[in-house]
Write a protein that binds this ligand. Structure first.
Ligand SMILES: C[S@@+](CC[C@H](N)C(=O)[O-])C[C@H]1O[C@@H](n2cnc3c(N)ncnc32)[C@H](O)[C@@H]1O
Length: 323
């Protein structure tokens, strides 16, 4: 195969951003197929074989480069993130973290656990893949937990063999590929410090987790992609009060669209949420977190991906935790 510098640059960019995703470039991002203004910029440089930086960037990278020139705050935040400058609260406020949504969730879980006089709290990632998210979760749990004097238990659920076969159209087979997101189990286990990896189909491992000894759950990241797997993970919410805090911050990775994924409440994670809410009595519900009036200085898309599991009848639901 003839080397294509643009294709290689595109792949290098995506590997750096999400090393777990072996993304192929969309044809329209490459060479002569480019469309639109940004595409014309890339094509004009590429076809003339100019050896400048822009010629090896894709359109989105070009746009981000221009943005960084126009608004230096992005470059400053990038440096703060890469150098881990300042406290985790500082970096979270600036959105200068690899996974700010995880740090936000852990922070809220730790806060609520402390207010309810728990000494421990659990945080979960459903869908681990290569472990980039779980490793970040582990780091945030250690830092935020130590700061608040709360022990944070970290759990990761995954099949360990990539995505299972989709059940039906609700699992969005037009987006997710069976076998994608392979995990190198042994390599990941060596890198994890405290997180526990629960390997197997989540519909079975969750049943083993529920009666096991663990701290109440305060934050969950749902990254299972499929409707059927997400519904399986929701079984956690049907267990007793011992298993969860009265309110659990939930992050859903696949409820925002990119123009071709087109998530909606008839398929995928959004359908799982809708069905969960329809099936439950008024005792509990999953609702969007809504507008966030927090110390976060920069708005971000993940704020719209946060939901809250409310367990209205939880013994601690009405315990005063301050404003
Ligand atoms: C998008 S990847 C997770 C990405 C990861 N959270 C990250 O940040 O890098 C989705 C993962 O969900 C897992 N998965 C999907 N359905 C599952 C099921 N029924 N049981 C266990 N794991 C499942 C797949 O194995 C895959 O690794």
């Amino acid at each position: 195969m003839i080397a294509d510098p643009q294709r290689e640059a595109y792949l290098a960019y995506h590997r750096a951003k999400r090393p777990d995703v072996q993304k192929e470039p969309a044809p329209f991002l490459l060479g002569r197929q480019n469309q639109g203004r940004a595409g014309k910029i890339t094509r004009s440089f590429a076809t003339r074989q100019h050896r400048c930086a822009l010629s090896i960037m894709n359109s989105v990278t070009c746009a981000k480069f221009v943005r960084a020139c126009l608004r230096p705050e992005f470059a400053v935040r990038h440096i703060i993130r890469r150098c881990s400058m300042g406290s985790i609260d500082f970096r979270l406020a600036l959105q200068a973290l690899e996974r700010p949504e995880y740090a936000f969730g852990v922070k809220q879980a730790v806060y609520l656990a402390a207010k309810l006089k728990h000494s421990r709290v659990s945080v979960i990632e459903f869908g681990v893949a290569t472990g980039a998210g779980l490793l970040a979760l582990e780091r945030y749990a250690a830092e935020l937990g130590a700061h608040a004097g709360i022990e944070v238990e970290v759990y990761g659920f995954d099949l360990g063999q990539g995505l299972p076969p989709p059940s039906d159209y609700r699992d969005l087979a037009y987006v997710w590929k069976r076998g994608a997101y392979q995990m190198d189990v042994e390599a990941l286990k060596k890198r994890l410090r405290s997180a526990k990896l629960l390997l197997g189909d989540v519909r079975e491992t969750i049943a083993e987790f529920l009666p096991s000894e663990h701290a109440p759950v305060g934050f969950i990241s749902f990254e299972l992609d499929y409707y059927s797997s997400t519904i399986g993970a929701f079984r956690l919410f049907t267990a007793g009060d011992r298993v969860v805090l009265p309110r659990v911050i939930c992050y859903f990775d696949d409820i925002v669209s990119d123009g071709h994924q087109l998530h909606c409440n008839r398929v995928g994670e959004l359908l799982a949420i809708e069905e969960f809410n329809q099936q439950q009595n008024s005792g509990h519900a999953l609702v969007p977190i809504g507008p966030l009036a927090t110390d976060l200085v920069f708005p971000a898309m993940w704020m719209q991906q946060l939901w809250v599991y409310h367990r209205f009848q939880h013994v601690d639901y009405n315990t005063y935790i301050g404003v």
